[in-house]
Design a protein around this ligand. Sequence first.
Ligand SMILES: Cc1ncc(COP(=O)(O)O)c(C=O)c1O
Length: 480
Amino acid sequence: MDTGLDVDLANLDLPAEQMQAMGEDVLARIVAHLRGLPGAPICGDFTGIEDLCRSLREGEPESGASLDSLLAPLFADWVPRSFGTPGPGYLAYIPGGGVYPAALASFIADAVNRYTGIWQAAPALVQLEANTLEWLRDWMQFPTSARGLYTPGGSMAMFNAIASAREQRLGTDIRAGTLYVSSQSHHCIIKAARLAGIAHDRVRVIEVDAQYRMRLDALCAAIDADRAAGLKPFMVFSNAGTTNTGAVDPLDAVADLAEREGLWHHVDGAYGGFFHMVPELRHLLSGLSRADSLTLDPHKGLFLPYGTGALLVRDGEALRHLHSSSAGYLPANQSEFYDPAQYGPDLSRGFPGLRVWLTLKFFGAARYRAALAEKRALAVWAAEEISRIPGIVMDAWPDLSLFAFHLEGAALDTLEKQNAATRALMQNVTARGQIMMTGAQVGERFLGRVCVLSFRARQAQMDACVEQLRQEAARLLCSE
Ligand SMILES: Cc1ncc(COP(=O)(O)O)c(C=O)c1O
């Protein structure tokens, strides 16, 4: 048939030898990149970054280019000019992961590109994903009735949790519902609430105590006030490790209160939830397993690549009720097997479960437990050492693997000066290139913070962190 079309141009498939060569090229670059991480500057060079970004603006490419011409600047110029999130010295924010088997799993999932939205399209693959959700459920000691889903991250896990709670507790009476977070809760919750139809005037921000934990008396008072005003308190969020200081809220007490008041209790375990996998550390998160729903971020505590969040919901039917739908062009829904589109908003989707399955099966859970226990031990050790540095005042000891502090000195006689010095301390250590740390403005005070969750962070990095903080703190106090 002669259609007049250019059939060579229309063919997007590649010969086997070319695919092999392209794969080898990418693999060689990746391995070289990963091998270079320990020596690479931990915070990329951002000089002239705006000009670089402007120069990168481009129109559509009409013709193709060689892979080499695309990969060369990517690896040489663009990837390095970013935060060194996978680097061993990354103690900033909440470190993400990037374990190698997970990268291979993502490649496999994209290359085989099977459809995992509905069970019937890839039953065995969906079963692997279901297995991993059951592992999460068991590590968190949720009941077998619980169900979950993978999301792009913690933020979308919150969204699905709020939508599930709203649907079950409020039905169509959405405007009556009020939701409670602490002043230290992650800002993504308020955003997720807005997306789920709970406007800002129905979100109550509860004060924290001196350890940055939600105050139960303030929570009770807020609930009472809302009831008195004719509103319907329906959901409370507690933290299994806050982003600012790592604080773990009194999860058991919040669970008691939620039970008493008939509220849906969601625990944000995006940062800290996976410490529950380690039996010896479980007591630090006592009450977590009583939650109605739980955010987990495998791209943090399971050291997986960004794009891997998860939600567990105790009453699996509540999650299914929210998401279940059917269409005449699709197979009928079944209920024996886990079915992603029945438990989450996506229909066509990638295959996030393979990342979790392949990595967990490759390493085994024991190595994960060891790694998590090590991160906690390193944080406890570093906090002790750092607390002894002259001028350092601890604001939050590690409940898990994150702690916060600030700098004081004779000449730092105002809060403003202490804040400026603490900020400079974070920046000066980071500028040395080996350790990256960030702080957080918490109320009036700027806190320095260290979060140990990079799987590549080991004792050597903690030694460097302590020593560099010691030197930079001395320098700052000297120059006051
Ligand atoms: C405690 C906590 N909750 C929620 C989030 C949001 O998760 P994500 O960035 O995966 O959307 C974060 C992110 O750092 C976090 O630390």
